[in-house]
Design a protein around this ligand. Structure first.
Ligand code: FMN
Ligand code: SF4
Ligand code: SF4
Length: 288
């Protein structure tokens, strides 16, 4: 038994794994697969609950999180950052007073496309740290873009790394990594993200905003767009209506069987390819 936070109380691996909650959002499924594999690896240690933010009423979250001893949070990287609903979830976690935070541990993970994982992990970890969670580590895995159907994710190397990540998390319960050291490691691409990306955004912002078109003559009111919208911003009364809060995941376009919702996905692909050239990330999968 080792002290996690150098207070009077001691904490052991068993306590930390007694109630694990993995919270994620995954419009296209890769982050979910990653969460499921992590759950698979640690389920022998204690109770593991998987929560998809697209499918839970946020009022149910508070009591679940308050009983959680190890919190894992996963987000895809969109525009070099975590998704807004994940940020809202993290910021909504009640602050644990320092004297009660003993044994509250966390980690974060992201999947990203072939551009760059940006500041997703550092930003998630910073919020967890601010809430007085001990942050044990982070994992990034390059997955695929929504249009890259032929790429296998996770492949055997991804699976091996997830296994190693779970071992690292276990190890760091009794051998914690200092926040200062971890946050420095998580800021692994400061220059690219802080300097280059804002320039790309300034020069390309109007070109980057994807437009959605809707052809009501093609709509059969089948409801697939509403069903597959992770942020529930499409409501079908007779015809679909889009409210505020769209994260531009393109699920509605991809799932619409008639092409009634349409966006120029070739343009999106061109933008992502350009970004990948400029912001290319060397290490494609990593435990931090
Ligand atoms: C609107 C949008 C923005 C994206 N931005 C990035 C990005 O900045 N960097 C990157 O590497 N991948 C980016 N991607 C790709 C996703 O990060 C990648 O597909 C991720 O694995 C999706 O996770 P999911 O399958 O759990 O939804 C973006 C995808 C979309 C749809
Ligand atoms: S409206 Fe479409 S693009 Fe926007 S979040 Fe919903 S499914 Fe994704
Ligand atoms: S998926 Fe397409 S056809 Fe079905 S309700 Fe939505 S817009 Fe209409």
């Amino acid at each position: 038994m080792t002290n996690l936070r150098s207070s009077e109380e001691t904490i052991n691996e068993h306590d930390v794994f007694s109630k694990v909650t993995l919270v994620y959002m995954s419009p296209n499924g890769s982050t979910r697969k990653c969460a499921e594999l992590i759950a698979e690896q640690i389920k022998g240690e204690g109770e593991v609950l998987l929560i998809d933010l697209a499918r839970i009423d946020s009022s149910e979250l508070e009591s679940i999180i308050s009983e959680t001893t190890l919190l894992g949070v996963g987000s895809p990287t969109y525009h070099l950052n975590m998704l807004d609903p994940v940020k809202i979830f993290l910021e909504g976690i009640p602050n644990i007073p320092i004297n009660k935070s003993q044994g509250r541990c966390s980690f974060c993970f992201t999947t990203y496309g072939h551009v760059n994982s940006g500041k997703t992990l550092i930003n998630m970890a910073k919020i967890l740290h601010k809430k007085h969670y001990a942050v044990l580590g982070a994992l990034k895995l390059r997955a695929k873009h929504f249009y890259q159907k032929s790429i296998m994710f996770p492949n055997s190397e991804d699976q091996d790394l997830i296994l190693k990540f779970c071992e690292t998390i276990k190890y760091r319960i009794t051998n914690p990594i200092e926040w200062r050291k971890l946050s420095k490691m998580l800021n692994y691409q400061y220059l690219k993200v802080k300097l280059i990306y804002p320039i790309i955004q300034i020069f390309g912002s109007s070109f980057r905003v994807p437009k959605f078109n809707f052809n009501k003559d093609l709509c059969t009111s089948c409801g697939l767009c509403e069903e597959n919208c992770p942020t529930h911003v499409i409501i079908i009364s007779e015809l679909p209506k889009k409210q505020k809060g769209c994260i531009y995941c393109f699920n509605c376009v991809m799932f619409c069987p008639t092409g009634a919702i349409y966006s120029d996905l070739d343009k999106v692909k061109r933008i992502l390819k350009f970004d990948a050239k400029v912001l290319h990330e060397e290490s494609i999968r990593e435990i931090i």
